[in-house]
Design a protein around this ligand. Structure first.
Ligand code: GTP
Length: 598
């Protein structure tokens, strides 16, 4: 029986603990990739992932492992991202597996996302194999970390593999553990087909490529299939596995992970979490899909060139296939024209979406400052959901405003508890509890407004703890806060895309900071431009951008043609990202200036 030689597992970890490096070593040791083709972080195949050194997308590969028992096993490995914004990807890959390799850094120990990922794996009843990685580091303390895994996570770590993905130590031992500890998949080969779509991507030639885990039955080219949720039917053109390049197969069967293509051109038919079944002999019930992700933050996406609106729509639809957490709907702005309001899981997610749209779809975009969803309770007794600050009703119509709060869990070494609490307090956090995990580490919990976390909280947390603290958060509830909308006026006109919402105590300071910043960013023009911040009809801050007199390059007189060329080039590139707002040219940076606090 073939199934008993299949192992499906995922690698999970807190960011930077070494998942991708470990996956590289596994690919090497199993000769999945010839030595000459090997490059670091092979599974991070997006340019963006390589440049930033982070995993953004899950990635599934098949590999053959000849075990010590003499049998050759078919491994399906799914590498997953570590950053909190992408935990959605993690939960999807786990649903396709029987086991999870949990990588923990031998120096850093258990962190917030280590725990969050373990809980996801436990929800799916996966076998968890702890690996203590980076034992080559001078600061590694594997025995302390082993104890931490047992005490903090509560799983047996006596057999935890001590590894160095960098130096290739412990890899063979891990592969043997996968053979012996991860259960083989079961699933009836003769039952009607049921395959879970855990990812998808649009390919110009092949149409939609579905990544699937087959749970029951088999699927082969020529089969008529049906997507159970959408009801649409297709004929399979190809099935196969990634190893890591696509390899055609005659068939995929229960227990296997691979891909299906079926000339699916209508991308709105496909949905991650859907079940593929046979059209002639459909399964009675779909597999449990995935929980829909609620976006945490919203921002406006506008093409710099208004004529590209249609291209942007098409790009968003294609990208959504590969990024199920992305949401969007059309929006118009007086200042920016036609665009979309898009929902994201966090700032990194937003950043990645913008970059992917620009790189993979060749678009130039203006992104507005992200905002959370507010609830405005109105005097007429109704409630309005406000995803865009410019849509906040007039002060006179509002009874009160509620904002989303999260429960934030921060793990930090003892020494930094003070600075961490100070930071949380400054961001309107309410202390919940604190727990000493062991002699070194503390778990601190705060209730905090989501709006205070999404921007630069993570960076501030890292810098106030020398990089040691880690963060996890989940949406909690809505609470009433004393919030006000601040409008920015350029040359007397309200710029809707620059409006933002702030707690009243910070309103004036933030208004002043932003006006000052805009003054520095918006280029001088041949007339004086007043900039104002206002709450309702009340102007709280005002200043002017003076009219320019001379060409900016005029002041660089002698002998530096290089510098002059650079300056002109910089000006030119900056211009590409400008939007004319009424009579004023506003660069992209200005729309994000609203974000920077402190
Ligand atoms: P994300 O994919 O972004 O979540 O990160 P990751 O967990 O995949 O980590 P990655 O493999 O990118 O490794 C992070 C850093 O740790 C890289 O600079 C690696 O070179 C380094 N690293 C990984 N394994 C080891 C190890 O065993 N020893 C040492 N010293 N460094 C390691």
């Amino acid at each position: 029986e073939h199934q008993q030689y299949i192992r499906n597992f995922s690698i999970v970890a807190h960011i930077d603990h070494g998942k991708s490096t470990l996956a590289d070593r596994i690919l090497e040791l199993t000769d999945t990739v010839a030595k000459r083709d090997m490059q670091d972080q092979l599974l991070d195949n997006m340019d963006l992932e390589r440049e930033r050194g982070i995993t953004i997308k899950l990635n599934a590969v098949e590999l053959q492992y000849k075990a010590e028992d003499g049998h050759t096993y078919e491994f399906h490995l799914i590498d997953t991202p570590g950053h909190v914004d992408f935990s959605y990807e993690v939960s999807r890959s786990l649903a396709a597996c029987e086991g999870a390799v949990l990588v923990v850094d031998a120096a850093q120990g258990v962190e917030a996302q280590t725990l969050a990922n373990v809980y996801l794996a436990l929800d799916d009843d996966l076998e968890i194999l702890p690996v203590i990685n980076k034992i080559d580091l001078p600061s590694a303390d594997p025995e302390r970390v082993r104890k931490e895994v047992e005490d903090v996570i509560g799983i047996d770590a006596s057999d935890a593999v001590l590894a160095s993905a960098k130096q290739g130590i412990g890899i063979q031992e891990l592969l043997e553990q996968i053979v012996h500890k991860v259960p083989a998949p079961d699933g009836d080969l003769t039952a009607p087909l049921r395959a879970l779509v855990f990812d998808s991507i649009y390919d110009d030639y092949r149409g939609v490529v579905l990544s699937v885990r087959v749970f029951e039955g088999t699927v082969k080219p020529g089969d008529k299939i049906k997507l159970m949720n959408s009801g649409s039917e297709y004929e399979v053109t190809e099935v196969g596995v990634n190893s890591p390049d696509p390899i055609k197969r005659d068939m995929l069967m229960a227990g296997e992970v691979g891909y299906i293509t079926a000339s699916i051109k209508d991308i709105t038919d496909t949905r991650v979490g859907d079940t593929v079944t046979g059209a002639a002999d459909p399964a009675k019930e779909a597999l449990p899909g995935y929980r829909e992700m609620a976006p945490m933050v919203y921002a406006g996406l506008y093409p710099t060139d208004n004529a590209k609106y249609g291209d942007l729509r098409e790009a968003l639809e294609k990208l959504k296939l590969n990024d199920a957490a992305l949401e969007f709907e059309p929006e118009t702005s007086q200042a920016l024209g036609f665009g979309f309001r898009a929902g994201f899981l966090g700032m990194l997610h937003m950043d990645v979406v913008q970059e992917r749209l620009e790189r993979e779809f060749n678009l130039d975009l203006i992104t507005t400052a992200p905002s959370v969803t507010y609830h405005a309770n109105l005097t007429d007794g109704t409630q309005k959901e406000v995803e865009n600050p410019s849509e906040m009703p007039e002060v006179s119509e509002i009874r009160n405003i509620e904002e989303p709060y999260v429960k934030a869990t921060i793990m930090t070494p003892n020494d930094y508890v003070g600075p961490v609490m100070e930071l949380c307090q400054r961001r309107r956090g309410q202390f919940i509890t604190m727990e000493y995990l062991d002699d070194y580490r503390v778990n601190v919990e705060y209730e905090m407004p989501l709006s205070e976390i999404i921007f630069d909280f993570f960076d501030k947390l890292k810098s106030s703890t020398k990089g040691y603290a880690s963060l996890d958060y989940e949406l909690d509830d809505y609470q009433q806060s004393d919030l006000v909308k601040i409008d920015i006026l350029l040359n007397g006109d309200k710029v809707d895309a620059l409006s933002f919402i702030s707690h009243r105590t910070f309103a004036e300071k933030r208004g002043r900071d932003i006006v000052t910043k805009l003054k520095g960013i918006i280029p001088r023009q041949n007339f004086e431009i007043p900039i104002q911040a206002a709450i309702g009809a009340k102007i709280i801050v005002r200043t002017n951008i003076r009219a320019y007199r001379k060409d900016v390059t005029a002041k660089i007189h002698t002998g530096d043609p290089d510098r002059r060329a650079k300056l002109l080039d910089k000006q030119r590139r900056g211009k590409e990202r400008m939007k004319s707002v009424g009579t004023v040219d506003v660069p992209q940076e200005a729309f994000m200036a609203v974000l920077q606090t402190d």
